[in-house]
Ligand binder design. Structure first.
Ligand code: BG6
Length: 518
């Protein structure tokens, strides 16, 4: 988050480099950082894999991933050749102590060759049970010792409940200092998610109304069209609450609800975020049904494609009780937010792929216009669109042209792609660069992680203890189970139709594009 600077000489060790994450995300992100000249000249990626592969085979495999997933599309021969001169591979098992000794020697000789004390990033692109063995081995080989230059990067899931998260955090803390641990939540690397901070704290306009006096409620929607794909194994142990709400959606909630930090120092920002999580009102077990709804998709149609239900997906039990949709209502008990509900929902196989935050303002305190003028009157709404479009939209009332006074809602909109005419980096590019620069602002600290587990613990426990009897309860290609509508309807509200669909359907859209100031 600080002013970007090219990182110091770096060795980037990827444990699990043969896996999906490295293929789809890490290597494409590093390749783009390389092309954008963010990587230092002294840079080495050491990919660990456990299957014997020749270097050129590994290289080819990674290139195919970049061709498929890079925002730039197909690689160019010469550019790939230059990039891959920074790639090297190690084949070993993750519990092979000798291999760590060899790694330590390799890192030392690299320092010698470069005549530099390179930063060492240990990226654990491995399933959670392997985190313990790797951190222990790194510590045994004393690779954890230098706090300034050794960093450990871990991917979610950070545990599967509060107890296991604590255990995992303790395992890492036994070897690494918290300042060395970077827990990745890729949502925090998304441009618009980061822009919530800029929007709230770099403008004077919005902060005065950012509270219970003016805001009626907030909705956070992360809707996916994809099903569980080939991740049945993982997802059967996870479900939507663990997979999305505990991390991505709660992190967005933190950015929306946090107090202004004194500075953008990593810990200042993270302190403010953790305060939000701690202020979430605990949901009593007997009240879970009033605060949370779960769902599982059945078969249906996604456009013209017929898709199976969750229980018919590979590696999923035919009577699986796992939720693919979750909606929760949370209350943040502090001065700013008392009584303002935050509704969070996420699901797979929903009608559209849309992530957005919708802030619904209070109605005007007194309606001075005649009834005939306000037939179509709606309260102000601010939308922070995260994907597929990245932008901010504000709905307000305007006079409909004509001799009579008639009000009509209009939208003022700002889109990144229109305003800045540049392709934003992928979330992983931002985050990997931050790790290399040692900036932890956008990463989860252990106390944040644990507070997020604590916030959803009552729902998690109740759902685990009471098997759902109505699954599947929503059809693929819809907006989730009916019970999700009731969750907000009981408060006299309804889910906001995602803005892009709504814009197309029922608003007189006034396109006022805000260009960057010259
Ligand atoms: C991951 C989840 O963290 O986020 C996936 O494990 C989900 O289940 C993905 O599909 C969504 O990320 P994005 O960036 O596509 O919205």
């Amino acid at each position: 988050m600080a002013t970007p600077a090219t990182p110091e000489p770096t060795v980037f060790v990827i444990f699990g480099a043969g896996g999906d994450l490295a293929w789809r995300k890490l290597i494409p992100a590093l390749y783009n950082l390389f092309l954008d000249r963010w990587l230092p000249e002294k840079f080495l990626i050491l990919g660990q894999g456990h299957r014997q592969k020749r270097d050129d085979e590994f290289n080819q495999h990674l290139r195919q991933g970049v061709d498929k997933f890079s925002r730039r599309g197909q690689t160019d021969d010469e550019k790939w050749r230059l990039f891959s001169s920074h790639l090297s591979f190690i084949t070993c098992e993750l519990d092979d102590s000798q291999a760590y000794g060899q790694l330590a020697k390799r890192l030392a000789s690299q320092d010698k060759e470069w005549q530099a004390r390179a930063n060492r990033i240990f990226y654990l692109a491995v399933p959670p049970p392997l985190v313990g063995v790797i951190t222990r081995e790194l510590a045994r080989t004393r690779l954890h010792l230098e706090r300034q230059r050794s960093r450990l990067v871990v991917e979610k899931p950070f545990g599967s409940d509060l107890a296991s998260a604590r255990e995992l955090n303790l395992t890492m803390a036994a070897a690494f200092d918290e300042s060395q641990v970077f827990r990745i939540d890729h949502y925090l690397g998304k441009e618009t998610v980061q822009n919530i901070l800029a929007f709230r704290f770099a403008n004077t306009l919005f902060e005065p109304v950012w509270n219970r006096r003016y805001i009626d409620h907030v909705q956070i929607t992360v809707a996916e069209q994809v099903g569980v794909e080939n991740r049945g194994n993982y997802y059967e142990k996870s479900g939507a609450l663990r997979d999305m709400i505990q991390n991505h959606l709660l992190q967005i909630l933190c950015l929306m609800a946090m107090e202004p930090p004194i500075s953008f120092n990593a810990d200042e920002v993270r302190n403010k975020k953790v305060e939000v999580l701690r202020a979430i009102r605990p949901i009593l077990p007997e009240e879970v049904h009033r605060f949370a709804v779960r769902g599982q998709y059945g078969g249906g149609w996604m456009g013209s494609q017929q898709v199976p239900g969750y229980r018919g997906e590979p590696k999923v039990a035919p009577d699986s009780p796992v939720e693919t949709f979750a909606a929760v209502k949370l209350l943040v008990d502090n001065w700013r937010w008392q009584g303002v509900p935050f509704y969070l929902r996420t699901g797979k196989r929903l009608q559209a792929r849309i992530s957005e935050v919708s802030i619904q303002f209070q109605p005007v305190p007194h309606q001075s216009f005649p009834a005939s003028a306000v037939l179509d009157w709606r309260p102000n709404r601010l939308i922070i669109a995260i994907q597929p479009e990245e932008g901010i939209l504000l709905r307000f009332e305007a006079k409909y042209p004509g001799p009579a006074m008639r009000l009509s809602p209009v939208i003022m909109q700002f889109y990144y792609r229109e305003a800045f005419r540049t392709i934003p980096p992928e979330a992983y590019e931002t985050l990997l660069l931050d790790v290399m620069r040692g900036d932890a602002t956008l990463f989860m600290r252990s106390d944040q992680d644990e507070a997020a587990w604590a916030a959803i613990a009552p729902v998690l426990e109740t759902w685990e203890n009471i098997r759902p009897t109505d699954f599947p309860n929503y059809q693929a290609g819809t907006w989730g189970p009916e019970a999700a509508d009731l969750l907000v309807a009981q408060d006299g509200r309804s889910w906001v139709m995602p803005t892009f669909l709504q814009c197309q359907e029922d608003l007189a859209v006034c396109r006022v594009t805000m260009a960057p100031a010259s």
